[in-house]
Ligand binder design. Structure first.
Ligand SMILES: Cc1ncc(C[n+]2csc(CCOP(=O)(O)OP(=O)(O)O)c2C)c(N)n1
Ligand SMILES: [Mg+2]
Length: 641
């Protein structure tokens, strides 16, 4: 008989999680940095009691708890914190999120979707109602008229890359082991959900002690099959205008240096997706910057005529392909280097299922001595120079732009440019939704491989503040600058309080433009006249949202939460505020810089498109005109078969 120990399911879960490690390239680290949570019935006496018990005994022994607990303010937000952390750690470390029965748990659904779509590991522990049903229906329990075994936590199933419900204590070991396997699998990772019914959490069981031994999960770097590398090399040798599209997989695999070496040897230019931005650093001769709907004119011009596209670690989202209009050459072919065969098969590409770094090293060797011709390299240089000049004038607009601005307002390009210029290369810029992700994609000059963090898989308003905490906790040697719109701020300012509580230094640059610059422009381009995108009073006569600007004071709002706030009204004041934020103490808590911008000044055009359907019939001239333009763009859409 093996030795056993009596613990509740919750205590066993916490004990197990505290002993998990990930390992890649011989480097071992804890898989879970800690647990984020909000207690209510369902977890207060289960997981909550277990976390208390381990904190108490660790501190009494003069040790740090194996799974330190951090109280968050909103369950969706705490998943964002975990995602921010895990992405900054190249998916090798993450957090556990625990929530109470019902709304506490379903608040995590958006976070689950975000994690799975971005392929970022997080472990979610929603609480379930009684497995025994002995007091059913309990407070916050869903009663489904047609199915007795359904709970609100079933809503996690389509959003999780792995889901299990532990209805009996005996099921826990296999559930935990499967969860770890999926979290550390680079091809399958995402939100992993273990639903823990409230009675089961508190139930005791005699566990074999081996369950709680240290366990190390190897994060694989699968190499490509030799024949696929050979086939890919043959295709590349036969191409005249090949181009790389670098995605998030380049970062997660740590393949940046291998990519740079490959590009330098072959002269193949690189366009980057949002997650892949920073794959090559600003100034690299083959870097053509962002590609697709929010791309640079340089990358998009090359993409239009490329005869071979080599996707590396990309999901090929519509922003990256400009809704399948980016690649226009007749007979254009694709190679997809991806650790997930799901992505490697897209665009009818030649699938190279492998870790990005491994595959790039093999491809570099297979193409030894081969390069694109000198004219193609020179063309890249010319295209980039034109774009870089456009970036410079967005950073430093001329008087024809600045003279037209209302007093105290700046352009968004000025704000991005100053933050870029005055931060350290290693600092992290962060964003998720609004007009800024597109502007950052086009304009931000990335100077460190971990310096750019835009969540554009789910583009979730509200990600920014909680994720900035995760990023800072992941690496306290870097300052984090969260670029946040007023709409995004109003969606979820809650975690500023968590940053105050934990004394986490994050810098929020709040760009106040009184509504949705992004959706306003989109609306106008689709013939919908910016309807419902401005934050205005309802007009007493017009009955529409076209009255005066609302008297919101988000600076005062942030101050009331305990945040240090700096309000700026000029370029010089903004520069000073950024320097003050940089000089602020590392444990001084969050800082918010409040700046007003003009929403009608745009970043330079991408010469690209994004497919958003326009009404086919309408009584509005603006919509009818937009539909005609829409049809023209639709004609450019291609199947890659
Ligand atoms: C949770 C969520 N709801 C809605 C949207 C759709 N959406 C995208 S951008 C945007 C407006 C963002 O406004 P703001 O943060 O002020 O940024 P701005 O567009 O002004 O730059 C909306 C509503 C979204 N991305 N996420
Ligand atoms: Mg706004």
């Amino acid at each position: 008989m093996s030795e056993t120990v009596s613990l509740t399911v919750a205590q066993a879960t916490v004990e197990f999680l505290a002993h998990q490690y990930s390992e890649r390239d011989g480097v071992t680290q804890k898989l879970f940095a800690g647990a984020l949570g909000i207690f209510g019935h369902g977890n207060v006496a289960g997981i909550g009691q277990a976390l208390l018990q381990q904190e108490t005994s660790a501190l009494a022994a003069g040790e740090t708890p194996g799974l330190p607990y951090v109280l968050a303010r909103n369950e969706q937000a705490m998943v964002h914190t975990a995602v921010g952390y895990a992405r900054q750690k190249d998916r090798l470390q993450t957090w556990v999120c625990t929530a109470s029965v019902g709304p506490g748990s379903t608040n995590m659904l958006t976070g689950a979707a975000l994690a799975t779509i971005n392929r970022i590991p997080v472990l979610l522990l929603p609480s379930g109602t009684f497995a025994t049903r002995r007091s059913a229906p309990v407070l916050q329990e869903l009663e489904n008229f047609a199915a007795g075994d359904v709970t609100v936590n079933d809503a996690f199933r389509p959003l999780s890359t792995y889901f299990d419900r532990v209805s009996r204590a005996e099921q826990l070991p296999s559930a935990l082991l499967s969860a770890m396997r999926v979290l550390t699998d680079p091809a399958q990772t995402g939100a992993v959900t273990l639903s823990l019914p409230q009675d089961v959490q508190a139930e005791a069981y005699d566990w074999p002690v081996e369950l709680f031994a240290d366990r190390t999960w190897h994060v694989a770097r699968p190499p490509a099959e030799k024949s696929r590398i050979q086939a890919a090399a043959d295709l590349i040798r036969g191409a005249r205008r090949p181009m790389i599209v670098a995605g998030g997989g380049v970062h997660y695999s740590g393949a940046e240096d291998a990519l740079a070496a490959f590009c330098e040897a072959t002269g193949i230019p690189v366009g980057e997706s949002q997650a892949g931005k920073g794959s090559l650093l600003h100034g690299h001769p083959q870097l053509m910057g962002a590609v697709g709907s929010t791309g640079t004119t340089a990358a998009n011009a090359l993409a239009r005529e490329a005869d071979l596209i080599i996707g590396i670690g990309t999901r090929w989202s519509d922003f990256t392909t400009a809704s399948r209009t980016a690649f226009q050459a007749a007979g254009v072919r694709f190679i997809n280097v991806n650790v997930a065969n799901f992505d490697a098969g897209k665009q009818s590409g030649l699938a190279v299922v492998a870790d990005a770094r491994e595959a790039l090293e093999d491809l570099t060797a297979a193409l030894d001595g081969w390069s694109v011709d000198a004219a193609y390299r020179a063309e890249q240089g010319r295209l980039w120079a034109v774009w870089d000049a456009a970036v410079e004038s967005a950073y430093q607009p001329g008087s024809e732009v600045t003279d037209a601005l209302a007093p105290g307002k700046l352009t968004q390009g000025t704000v991005l440019g100053l933050v870029n210029e005055l931060t350290d290369p290693r600092d992290v810029v962060l964003c998720a939704a609004g007009s800024m992700p597109g502007d950052l994609h086009k304009l931000w000059r990335v100077r460190d491989r971990r310096g750019y963090h835009v969540e554009y898989g789910y583009s979730c308003m509200g990600y920014e503040v909680p994720a900035s905490i995760g990023i800072r906790l992941a690496d306290e040697t870097r300052d984090v600058f969260a670029m946040l719109g007023d709409g995004g701020y109003l969606m979820m300012p809650t975690e500023l309080v968590t940053a105050v509580q934990e004394r986490v230094k994050v810098v929020v640059v709040l760009v106040q433009n009184h509504g949705f610059h992004s959706i306003g422009s989109l609306s106008e381009s689709l013939g919908s006249q910016r309807f419902g995108t401005r934050y205005r009073f309802r007009g007493t006569d017009s009955h529409r949202l076209d009255g005066d600007t609302l008297p919101v004071d988000l600076a005062a709002n942030a101050r009331s939460l305990g945040v240090t706030v700096i309000e700026v009204h000029s370029r010089d004041e903004l520069a000073k505020a950024i320097r003050t934020a940089k000089d602020a103490p590392a444990d001084g808590g969050p800082i918010l810089i409040h700046v007003e911008t003009d929403p009608l000044i745009h970043a330079p055009d991408s010469e690209s498109w994004w497919d958003v359907p326009v009404s086919e019939v309408s009584t509005l001239d603006s919509t009818a005109a937009a539909y005609a333009t829409y049809l023209q763009h639709r004609r450019q859409q291609r199947h890659h078969l």
